[in-house]
Ligand binder design. Structure first.
Ligand SMILES: [Zn+2]
Length: 495
C-alpha cells in the first residue's frame, strides 16, 4: 500500500516539532525515528499484523476503528519479515512510507505494539478538526523486563468509580498486565451485605463491567480481601469500621477494637471463604487472589489467647490459601509479619513480625506469593541495588514480588533485583495517593521499572491520560486531568 509522504504538512509546525515534540511512549525499550520524515497514519495505509494468533489482527482492527473512526488505517494479517526477540509479550513495529508493520507472538504483544503507536501518533496538521494521524518513520523493538507487572488500587469511599476505571485503563495503556483491587468497604457483597459501607458502589455489575474491560485491554483484575489485620476496611487513623460501626451484632467475628478478624472463631473462616468465593467468581476466577495480611496485631480476645498466636495465624492463612488453591488460583499476601522486626538483618526495611516469624514462614504453603513492600522510609531518594528481604523470601522457597510506593528512585533497582534473583514480579502500590503528581510519579516510575526502560518525558503521561479519557468518553470536568479540582472548592466558601 502506497502511503502519502506529508513532510510538507509537518513543516507548517516545524518550530513546534523541533522545540517541544517528544516522540515516545511509556514505557518503551527501544525506538529509533526520523524527525524529518512523517507519514500518514490514516485510512490511506495498511497496518500488517504478523502474529500466529488470528485474534490479534481482529483486535487491532476493532481498536483502530474505536480510536480513529473514519480515518482508521486498514488492518490485514500477513508476514512482515520482522524478527521478534524472545518472550510472549515481545513485539517489533516499523513505520515507513510503505505502511505499518507489527510482529509479535501473542495478542498481548500485539496490544502493547498498538498502544505504543497510539501514544506516539499525533493529529495531522493544518485542519480545523482531526482528519487523520501522523507517525514518524520509525522502528521499535520492545519487550518487558518482568512478566508480572501489577498496579495495586484502593477503592476508597472517597474515590469516584470513574477514577478506578481511569486507573485501570491507564495502567493497561502503560503496559501493566495485572491490577489488584482492594475494596476498602466498597465491595457490595450479596452474601454478606453487612460487610461493606451502605454506599458501596463496587457492585457485581460494576465488577463484571471492569473485568470485561480489563480482558479486552489486556489487564487482569485480581481481588483482595484483608483476611487478618485491616479488618475494619478503613484507614486506622480514622477509627472507622465498615462492619462494626453500623452492624455491631457482628462483633464476635472481630478482635476487640475491630482491627483484626477473630481467628479462633470458626465463623470467621466461613465468612471469609464465602467472601473470597464471591469476589473470585465475580472477578472471573483470575489466577491470583490477594489475602492482604499487612500490619496485623496480636490476637487479644479470651478465646484466641488460649492458642499461641503464630499457630492461630498459620492455621488461618494456610487454610485460606488452600481454599484459594482449591479454586484454581494462587494466594498472595503482604510480607511484613513474616520477618522479625528485631532481626538486625532487616534494619531499615519494613518488618512487623515477632520472634515466631521465621517458624511461621517456614510452615506456610510455598505457593503463596509474598508481596514485599519496601518504601525506603526516611529516604525517598533510595537507590540501593540489593533488597535482602526479597532475596530471603526467594531463598526460603517462595515466589516474591517487589512492591514500592512513592519511592520512585527505588523502583528500577528493585525490579532489576527481582529479575536477578528470579523473583515473581512487580506490584506498584498507590494507596491514597492516586491523584496529582504522586499518581504521575508512581505510574511513570513503576511502568518503566517493571518494563525495564528508562523513564521518558512526562508528556507521555498527560497524553496517555487524555487517551483513556477518550476511551471512556468522559464528559465530566472531574474526570479529566490528574486532579478532580484545580482549585479546592472549599476555598470559595472560606474566602
Ligand atoms: Zn479472637
Amino acid at each position: 500500500m502506497k502511503t502519502k509522504r506529508i513532510t510538507d504538512v509537518v513543516a507548517a509546525c516545524v518550530l513546534c516539532a523541533t522545540m517541544c515534540l517528544t516522540v515516545t511512549a511509556a514505557p518503551l525499550q527501544k525506538l529509533t525515528w526520523d524527525k524529518n520524515t512523517w507519514v500518514a497514519f490514516d485510512n490511506t495505509i495498511t497496518a500488517t499484523v504478523d502474529c500466529p494468533d488470528p485474534a490479534a489482527t481482529e483486535w487491532v482492527k476493532a481498536h483502530f476503528a474505536d480510536w480513529y473512526g473514519s480515518y482508521a488505517p486498514k488492518v490485514a494479517s500477513g508476514k512482515t519479515g520482522l524478527t521478534v526477540q524472545d518472550g510472549d509479550e515481545a513485539y517489533v513495529a516499523a513505520v515507513d512510507a510503505n505502511g505499518m508493520k507489527i510482529a509479535s507472538r501473542t495478542l498481548a504483544g500485539t496490544r502493547w505494539a498498538a498502544y505504543t503507536l497510539r501514544q506516539i501518533a499525533i493529529a495531522k496538521r493544518g485542519t480545523f478538526k482531526t482528519e487523520g494521524m501522523l507517525l514518524p518513520t520509525m522502528n521499535i523493538t520492545d519487550a518487558p523486563h518482568l512478566s508480572f507487572r501489577a498496579i495495586h488500587l484502593c477503592w476508597f469511599p472517597e474515590v469516584r468509580p470513574q477514577q478506578i476505571e481511569r486507573a485501570i485503563r491507564l495502567a493497561a495503556l502503560m503496559k501493566f498486565n495485572y491490577a489488584i483491587i482492594e475494596p476498602w468497604g466498597m465491595y457490595k457483597s450479596e452474601k454478606h451485605p453487612w460487610w461493606p459501607w451502605p454506599q458501596a458502589n463496587m457492585t457485581k455489575d460494576e465488577v463484571n463491567r471492569l473485568v470485561a474491560i480489563g480482558k479486552d485491554i489486556g489487564i487482569t483484575l485480581i481481588p483482595q480481601i484483608n483476611v487478618y489485620g485491616h479488618a475494619s476496611s478503613s484507614r486506622g487513623c480514622t477509627i472507622k469500621h465498615s462492619a462494626l460501626d453500623l452492624h455491631p451484632e457482628y462483633e464476635p467475628l472481630f478482635e476487640p477494637g475491630g482491627w483484626n478478624w477473630c481467628l479462633s472463631n470458626p465463623e470467621t473462616q466461613r465468612v471469609l471463604r464465602e467472601l473470597i468465593a464471591e469476589m473470585h467468581e465475580n472477578f472471573g476466577n483470575p489466577p491470583y487472589f490477594h489475602l492482604g495480611c499487612d500490619e496485623a496485631q496480636r490476637q487479644t480476645c479470651p478465646e484466641c489467647v488460649k492458642t499461641p498466636n503464630s499457630e492461630l495465624v498459620l492455621k488461618h492463612i494456610a487454610g485460606l490459601a488452600e481454599f484459594v488453591k482449591s479454586r484454581g488460583a494462587r494466594a498472595m499476601m503482604w510480607h511484613d509479619m513474616l520477618i522479625d522486626k528485631k532481626d538486625a538483618r532487616w534494619k531499615g526495611f519494613v518488618a512487623n513480625g515477632d520472634s515466631n516469624a521465621t517458624n511461621l514462614l517456614a510452615r506456610l504453603p510455598k505457593d503463596i506469593i509474598i508481596c514485599d513492600w519496601q518504601y525506603s522510609y526516611d529516604n525517598m531518594n533510595e537507590t540501593r541495588k540489593e533488597w535482602p528481604t526479597m532475596t530471603y523470601f526467594k531463598e526460603q522457597g517462595f515466589s516474591v514480588a517487589c512492591c514500592p510506593w512513592m519511592n520512585d528512585k527505588s523502583m528500577k533497582p528493585m525490579a532489576d533485583h527481582i529479575v536477578k534473583i528470579g523473583g515473581f514480579g512487580f506490584i506498584e502500590t498507590t494507596w491514597h495517593h492516586l491523584r496529582g503528581s504522586d499518581w504521575q510519579k508512581m505510574y511513570m516510575g513503576a511502568a518503566h521499572a517493571a518494563w525495564g526502560s528508562p523513564v521518558s518525558h512526562e508528556v507521555s503521561f498527560q497524553r496517555s491520560l487524555r487517551l483513556i479519557g477518550q476511551d471512556m468518553k468522559v464528559t465530566d470536568y472531574l474526570d479529566t486531568g490528574f486532579l478532580n479540582y484545580q482549585v479546592p472548592p472549599s476555598w470559595w466558601i472560606s474566602n
